[in-house]
Design a protein around this ligand. Structure first.
Ligand SMILES: Nc1ncnc2c1ncn2[C@@H]1O[C@H](COP(=O)(O)OP(=O)(O)OP(=O)(O)O)[C@@H](O)[C@H]1O
Ligand SMILES: [Mg+2]
Length: 260
């Protein structure tokens, strides 16, 4: 793991009117590292994701990519810079094929005059999509099948595969194992590990704490919009992580209130 963070937010605050969704949140992600971002419903996780992925501009605070301060004006800018995000709802186009979805927004046109007329190199995209998904460890029936012919778990796998395949530096996964069976969830965790092994920085959001403990190197805990703990995963077990999320455990040094 390199010493300097690949992606960093410092003191980010985001308010929606009078709702302080995020207050003074900081986080540093390194290449080849998986950070688990956890917290109760409404803790501010997706709000932080949206700041990191250029969906929202923070009310205040700074964002650094490779040590350079950035201010995303759109998700497209963040994507161009190498940051891929899987949002809480996956954003696949159900009528299009797996291949077309993997290449959504990055379509390859056919060579020559046909390409200039806007004809797409569909077979090439399907084959490349298949190869890319395979590379990141995702087995999908056939890339020319449309998304609405896949199971929920397979759709989710395509969405994750697409993000990992395109990510150049950072991949952010907002609850990617939701609605998945045990086996598919296990596959997603394997994909996260292979993304880390490729040298990407990964932010993994989940309410399934055993998954977080299994796959992350660090855990950042948000409560009511604030980072209340940022520590190596080895410092947590399921109980202490839950306690930190709910506020039952204030910090590792302090005993539980009942024991005072
Ligand atoms: N567009 C919005 N307008 C107003 N308030 C919002 C908006 N989006 C989120 N919020 C509020 O900001 C707070 C943080 O929400 P956020 O979606 O970041 O939580 P979360 O940690 O992702 O929760 P969950 O686990 O349920 O996905 C909540 O109080 C939520 O109601
Ligand atoms: Mg959320």
């Amino acid at each position: 793991m390199s010493a300097a963070p690949i992606y960093e937010v410092r003191n980010v605050t985001k308010s929606y009117g009078s709702v302080h969704a995020l207050q003074d949140a900081s986080l540093a992600l390194h290449a080849g590292e998986v950070i688990g971002l956890v917290g109760d419903n409404g803790a501010g996780k997706s709000t932080l994701v949206k700041a990191l992925s250029g969906v929202h501009q923070p009310t205040s605070g700074q964002i650094f990519l490779d040590g350079v301060e950035r201010s995303w004006k759109s998700p497209h800018e963040a994507i161009e810079a190498g940051i891929e995000t899987l949002y809480q709802d996956s954003g696949l186009a159900p009528q299009l094929s797996v291949g077309a979805n993997v290449f959504l927004g990055r379509e390859v046109t056919r060579p020559g005059i046909l390409g200039k007329m806007g004809f797409l190199a569909q077979k090439q995209m399907d084959a490349k999509a298949h190869a890319e998904l395979e590379r990141v460890g995702i087995a999908v029936p056939a890339s020319n099948r449309s998304i609405d012919q896949l199971s929920g778990g397979q759709r989710q796998a395509v969405a994750i595969g697409r993000a990992v395949a395109w990510a150049k530096k950072v991949i952010i996964l907002d609850e990617p194992t939701n609605h998945l069976g045990a086996r598919q969830a296990g596959e997603v965790l394997e994909v996260i590990k292979s993304a880390r092994d490729m040298g990407l920085g990964v932010i993994f959001i989940s309410h399934t704490l055993p998954h977080v403990l299994q796959v992350t190197d660090r855990v950042v805990v948000l409560r009511l919009g604030r980072v209340v703990r940022d520590a190596p995963t080895s410092e947590f077990d399921a109980e202490s992580l839950l306690g930190t999320i709910t506020g039952l455990i204030e910090s590792p040094a302090e005993p539980l209130e009942e024991e005072l």
